[in-house]
Design a protein around this ligand. Structure first.
Ligand code: ADP
Length: 502
């Protein structure tokens, strides 16, 4: 008996040989090497054993009385359960081995008696390795086939959605904005065919989307990963203007960063909005002003003495009317600035003076709310519309004061870097939840639905600020911690050649 330690069986070998001495010898060689060996002298028993528990490899004697090795091999290969098992023939030296038949019936190799131990083991291991590799390849192949099937199904699904989407969709490279694919609805909206669009850049196709606008969208996408419902004006091939809302996600295609944009044509909705706005301005403002005049007159008691309750009722009505007028004015303001009906009047102005002016304008409101105002301006000259920048700053200060507690301080600061002026309005008030930080810059969005009533707002202040800042090619955003306060940032570009003033 061998002294070598018994290892876990390496592989399961079936030896079919009618000579018991051969069997015993082979079995011992293999067992010594750690293989699990089953040995049988009768071919029919071997066949049954292989079918019942398929081994990893079969060593098969060629010459046997009951059924020769070729026949056994044929039967094993014909059976699905044993078809893939490698079979090595054993023949005695001098015995005529029909090698052609051996390979034809499916044998992979042969060894001759008397056995050369090293040779037997080397051949056996080679075929076990080949067989294992084949099995691995088959498994990987199966997995790949499965992945291909799944991927093809997913691509097909995406293709159907892409082609039949009722919304225009475009895929473009991120850095250049070069179109890679568009869907039929995109062609319908723009009037450009697929071949006219693919390969061209967004700015080439739509000169109204200047490289600056595109670059700022790219910047936003890189910082936030996606962009939702951003309004743009584009032109069709025939030169018709269309107002669109674009939502974009960053995607990767073959290792290239790309954009997937879904477009919503809101031209008709905008036209109706404009109509509604002019209706509001003509039909609502005049009677509202006359109502407030009438309420004022009643309040003076010149038309008759009012009871205390009567006076209180007039005060409530006046407050509500004023809020309504503010709302209508804000709606009109926002729409007019957005549509360019109120043009920006850009002049060179001293930003520090605007900061001081804004604080002075809000001092009375701060005093009545018992909030301290502090201002730290940086002297710098900017190219801007001073009235609109002032409107932005007073809006931000008014919010900061509204959401501060008595005794707290609201600070207005500015700092300069070579490209932009950064203005900060900081409060130590209740703060804004993270999920609302972007939303509050949209129309009528408030953190708390009761804010408009409790704080007298309209939900239009920040959208107006954003529109003004964006018209100045600037950026506005907010950072906030609940319970600790908020800081609104306004970044305005500083023109080259313009520097610090006195
Ligand atoms: P409003 O007229 O309601 O103030 P805004 O557009 O200016 O409209 O602001 C929208 C909402 O954003 C406010 O109603 C409030 O919920 C929130 N908000 C704005 N500024 C602040 C701030 N400094 N602190 C806390 N919440 C704020």
């Amino acid at each position: 008996m061998s002294n070598s330690p018994i290892a876990t069986p390496k592989a399961d070998i079936l030896v079919i040989d009618d000579t018991p001495e051969n069997l015993a010898l082979l079995s011992q060689i293999l067992k010594d090497k750690g293989y699990k060996v089953r040995s049988v002298t009768k071919p029919s028993t071997g066949l049954r054993g292989a079918q019942a528990a398929p081994p990893d490899l079969i060593l098969l004697d060629v010459k046997m009385p009951e059924m020769d090795g070729y026949e056994v091999c044929k039967r094993l290969k014909a059976d699905q359960r044993t078809h893939d098992i490698p079979i090595i023939f054993i023949s005695a030296l001098g015995e005529l081995l029909d090698k052609v038949t051996a390979f034809e019936v499916g044998g992979v190799d042969y060894i001759t008696k008397p056995f050369q131990v090293e040779e037997v083991l080397a051949r056996l291991e080679t075929h076990l390795t080949i067989c294992n590799l084949q099995k691995q390849l088959q498994a990987q192949n199966k997995q790949l086939q499965q992945e291909i099937v799944e991927r093809t199904a997913a691509e097909e699904k995406f293709g159907i959605i892409f082609r039949s989407s009722p919304n225009p969709i475009a895929i473009a490279t991120l850095t250049e904005g070069r179109f890679l694919d568009i869907n039929p609805c995109f062609s319908k909206l723009t009037g450009y065919s697929q071949t006219e669009v693919i390969g061209r850049t967004i700015t080439e196709l739509n000169p109204s989307l200047t490289p600056e606008i595109y670059d700022s969208a790219v910047q936003y996408l890189l910082e936030n990963g996606s962009l939702h419902n951003k309004e743009y004006e584009i032109y069709t091939k025939e030169g018709q203007p269309r107002v669109v809302l674009v939502s974009t996600e960053l995607i990767e295609l073959a290792g290239v960063q790309c954009t997937l944009s879904i477009i919503n044509d809101i031209t008709e909705r905008k036209r109706m909005e404009d109509e509604f706005i002019s209706l509001v301005s003509h039909e609502l403002r005049t009677p509202m002003n006359s109502i407030i005049g009438a309420l004022d007159l009643l309040g003076t008691q010149k038309l008759g003495t009012l009871t205390e309750l009567g006076q209180q009722t007039i005060n409530i009505a006046t407050n509500n009317m004023e809020r309504l007028i503010r709302l209508v004015n804000d709606i009109l303001d926002l729409e007019r600035i957005k549509s360019g009906k109120i043009a920006m009047r850009y002049v060179e102005c001293q930003a520090d003076k605007l900061l001081i002016e804004a604080t002075q304008a809000m001092q009375a409101m701060a005093d009545s709310a018992q909030v301290n105002l502090s201002v730290e301006p940086t002297p710098v000259q900017i190219h801007a519309d001073p009235d609109r920048i002032l409107q932005t700053l007073t809006n931000l200060l008014s919010n900061a004061i509204k959401f501060s507690e008595p005794g707290e301080t609201v600070s207005l600061r500015s700092s300069l870097n070579c490209e932009y002026l950064q203005i900060e309005v900081q409060d130590r008030g209740r703060g804004i939840p993270q999920d609302k930080l972007q939303l509050i810059f949209e129309r009528f969005q408030q953190v708390d639905a009761s804010d408009s009533r409790a704080k007298g707002g309209t939900g239009l202040g920040l959208p107006i600020c954003r529109t003004i800042v964006e018209q100045h090619n600037g950026r506005i955003w907010v950072e906030s911690s609940l319970g600790e306060g908020s800081t609104f940032y306004v970044r305005l570009p500083v023109d080259e050649g313009l520097g610090t003033g006195d």
